[in-house]
Design a protein around this ligand. Structure first.
Ligand code: GPV
Length: 828
């Protein structure tokens, strides 16, 4: 029964009404109160971290107010909503973004100044939650920013990894990993909800029989039970709603196993608890590479099970019927990582809620929508039947049942045995396994790719049979980024300059940036524009000197490639370019080279041999180039350690040239490409992923294009590619490649880079040698363009002016229209 007294406080004139922001004095009071009463600190003992924590608590109150209000309104309107399921999130630091969303950055800065504290120093204290590997996790967080801002009734589910993506250090040029202790100083943004907890079962056996009502039913007698507890982090939209990121932490069902406890073996009793908690200990650091590890499948099922049970609870709490689940919710699957949800929802509906199979299947396949994020074969998830059946015996039966019904449909359509085997949810050749992308496709009402090119290739290649069967199921939603985080928060000077010219409407409508086109030729504006870039470059240079020990002249061109280290992304093609410039300088032919700093950052999966070798190669080239007196400071090479959201926010604003040089057909979208261009960097790139659309938007004359197209890549393969021919014919390229095995880069060690050399000469799976000359020629054009600063400034402004399409607000609007079919509810 509702407590009317309390409810009245929530009503329109209760505590959750009133204005959005805070005044300087309110911030100061709240901050001081949190410092003393929230943390129990006397001024003499308070550290910078205490001040950060106190400020976070002060702000969190306001963030929660928006959340409470949004939830209230979503409930009152009985709104249709989204549950977003993602195994990864990369929210980045919360404080700065929340200050922007509340529009109190200036007030907070002043309030702190009055007590002799500096906002930037306080912001710098925050340790970000590294709960993802790269683009996929960051996309999920950009989407939360947009969903909150647009008022999409939504909840985002995931895993509360105790250790996120590893911390990267570079020692002697090699990557070294250490555990990411992001919770070490506590986490002021999260609220634990001990009462929102679910049991998750694993292992054991199933037993079929007749239940009390005389119906056929299956019981799953698991041998392990683990509890998932909700930890909520509010995510605030700009001047609007708050939504929740609900992350599940694994706990033992009972703190102690009492039977063992009573027998006196205290340690053994606690061991069980520790084993349960292992489940959410650590994020798997493999980006786009399936390892097939049991613990990973456990993590996936664990968070899916908790999330679906919670979604059903929320649905029923509103007094709705379970067979209307799909009328009220879309459950969006962020890649196949949560695709076990298709089988789990069937299990919940059929086994636990006693719904008949056909009805349950109707609900299920109208509830899920699936986003695919890669075409890379090594990333397409498959689980061995053996492993899967041991861990989730009931789900295996359900998947067999879904498959047998599906294959029957295909037989009725007179499909060939070959085609049926291709489409089956089970791969029979080799070790029998479950194709998770097929499960997700069959179990969803929509399937989308993440850029126009990727969505086309998905339909034409990886899921071609399914696209022919269900053409209307397939759609595209081009990725987008939070321009508020990646421009307003991280590049305040440029944001202010833009707002001076075109007002501030672009914060909620990025297409408004188009207004900047009118100033592209304005020399005074160009100068201010480039001066801000220079200041940002100075700031980054300071960071680089401190963390990488390399001094960089900020007037050089900053040529930047930051992203996960992957062969398909071709960081080593960038290296070949650097070596070509180096050799020209050594031969005294360097006069047409513009002074350039080559900046790299990104993590390699700890078990990815080639990626780690590429990092060592970059460091070795840096040593050679930076120390050579003949280079005379004309080239600098640096690898900045530990790329994460926080570092990214420093790098994009300071970049002149954005390297997006993956082999065409491999990068599903890319989102870093958008962040660079939004901050006025020009792009050098292939026709891959969203590069295609970026080029369409900014104009081909403002984009440096090189390399093969997807079709040409396929043709090259068909014709029988022999990389050694390029080595033989292109003498410059030959000289560069020979450097790798000459020992010149490695104190005489001719073996160190031989694996890279041999890979390129023998297979070159990503066609570096084929694309080499086109890349070098394109770079010459770029160096020439850099020598015309006004031209460059104009192109930079035009790039920013045409970034409207790449806001995650637009992406989410697309999801609403093409997939979710719901009404946003904006908080007033
Ligand atoms: I699958 N992506 C990722 O970061 N990790 C993954 O495991 C998978 C995909 C990335 C793609 O590589 C990018 O091209 C894309 O922009 C990003 O997902 C978001 O869609």
């Amino acid at each position: 029964t509702p407590n009317k007294k309390i409810e009245s406080y929530f009503s329109s004139n209760g505590i959750v009404s009133g204005k959005l922001g805070l005044s300087k004095d309110e911030i100061k009071d709240s901050f001081l109160e949190k410092t003393f009463y929230g943390l129990g600190r006397i001024p003499a003992l308070a550290t910078q971290n205490d001040f950060y924590t106190a400020m976070a608590f002060a702000i969190r109150d306001r963030v929660l107010r928006q959340f409470v209000r949004s939830t209230q309104q979503f409930n009152e309107k009985d709104a249709r909503g989204v549950a977003y399921l993602s195994a990864e999130y990369l929210p980045g630091p919360h404080l700065g973004n929340n200050l922007l969303s509340l529009e109190i950055i200036k007030e907070t800065r002043e309030a702190l100044a009055e007590v002799n504290l500096d906002l930037d120093e306080i912001l710098d204290q925050e340790v970000e939650p590294g709960l993802g590997n790269g683009g996929l996790g960051r996309l999920a967080s950009c989407y939360m920013d947009a969903m909150a801002t647009l008022g999409i009734p939504s909840i985002a589910y995931g895993i509360r990894y105790e250790f996120g993506i590893f911390k990267q250090e570079i020692r002697d040029g090699w990557q070294e990993e250490s555990t990411d202790k992001w919770l070490h100083y506590g986490n002021p943004w999260e609220i634990v909800r001990p009462e929102i907890a679910y049991e998750v079962h694993f292992g054991g056996k199933t037993e079929s029989g007749i239940d009390e009502k005389g119906n056929y039913s299956v019981a799953w007698n698991a041998d392990t039970v683990i509890k998932g507890v909700a930890y909520d982090t509010p995510i605030l939209g700009y001047k609007s709603n708050g939504i929740i990121m609900r992350l599940w932490k694994a706990e033992a069902i009972e703190s102690f196993d009492f039977s063992i406890y009573n027998s006196g073996d205290y340690y053994k009793a606690v061991e069980k608890k520790m084993r349960s908690e292992n489940l959410t200990k650590v994020l798997y650091p493999n980006d786009e590479n399936l390892q097939g590890k049991e613990l990973r499948l456990k993590q996936q099922y664990f968070f899916v099970c908790c999330s679906l049970k919670d979604t059903i609870r929320l649905h029923l709490l509103q007094g709705r019927k379970l067979d209307q689940l799909h009328d009220k919710f879309t459950i969006q699957l962020n890649d196949t990582h949560p695709s076990i949800a298709v089988a789990e929802l069937m299990r919940l509906l059929v086994d636990e809620h006693k719904m008949e199979w056909e009805k349950a299947w109707h609900v299920t396949r109208h509830t899920f929508a699936y986003t695919n994020h890669t075409l890379l074969p090594e990333a397409l998830e498959k689980w061995s039947i053996d492993l899967f059946g041991r861990l989730l015996p009931r789900h295996l039966e359900i998947i067999y049942e879904i498959n047998s019904r599906f294959l029957n449909e295909l037989r009725e359509l007179q499909y060939s045995a070959n085609k049926i085997a291709r489409m089956s949810l089970i791969e029979e050749s080799g070790e029998p396994s479950i194709r998770m992308a097929h499960l997700a496709t069959v179990g969803s009402f929509k399937v989308n790719g993440v850029s126009a090119l990727h969505s086309r290739l998905l339909k034409e290649q990886v899921l071609n049979d399914f696209a022919e069967l269900w053409p209307d199921k397939f759609t595209n939603v081009t990725n987008g980024i939070s321009h508020r985080r990646f421009l307003v928060v991280s590049n305040p000077a440029l944001s202010d300059l833009i707002s001076e010219k075109i007002g501030r409407d672009w914060l909620t409508d990025l297409y408004k940036l188009k207004g900047l086109e009118a100033f592209a030729e304005d020399e005074d504006f160009q100068k201010k524009w480039m001066d801000i870039k220079l200041e940002n470059k100075k700031a980054l240079s300071k960071h680089i000197e401190e963390y990488a020990g390399v001094k960089i002249d900020p007037t050089m061109m900053f040529d930047v490639q930051v992203k996960r280290i992957h062969e398909y992304k071709r960081q080593h093609l960038k290296v070949l370019h650097i070596l070509s410039l180096y050799r020209r300088i050594k031969k005294g032919e360097g006069e047409r080279i513009s002074p350039t700093a080559f900046i790299f950052a990104g993590k390699a999966a700890p078990g990815y041999f080639m990626a780690k070798r590429i990092i060592k190669l970059i460091s070795s080239v840096a040593d050679l180039v930076n120390k050579d007196p003949d280079v005379n400071g004309k080239l600098k090479v640096v690898f900045i350690p530990n790329f994460n959201v926080k570092l990214a926010q420093r790098i994009y604003p300071a970049s002149d040239l954005s390297e997006q040089i993956s082999m065409a057909g491999k990068e599903a979208s890319g989102t870093g490409n958008m962040k660079f261009a939004l901050n006025g960097a020009l792009t050098v790139g292939t026709l891959d992923g969203a590069n295609v659309e970026i080029r369409d938007e900014v104009g081909k004359e403002n984009f440096f294009l090189f390399g093969l197209t997807t079709e040409e890549v396929q043709q090259t393969r068909q014709d029988g590619y022999r990389p050694s021919e390029y080595y033989e014919q292109n003498k410059e390229l030959q000289g560069i490649l020979d450097m790798l095995i000459s020992g010149e880069l490695s104190n005489g060690d001719t073996e160190l880079f031989k694996p890279i050399f041999e890979n390129l000469l023998q297979q070159d799976p990503y066609l570096l040698l084929k694309d080499y000359q086109s890349y070098i020629d394109c770079q010459e054009e770029i160096h020439e363009a850099w020598r015309k600063p006004k031209e460059w400034a104009r192109m930079s402004i035009l790039n920013v002016a045409n970034m409207g399409k790449f806001s995650s607000d637009r992406s989410i609007q697309d999801y609403v229209e093409k997939i979710w079919n719901l009404q946003p509810i904006k908080a007033d």
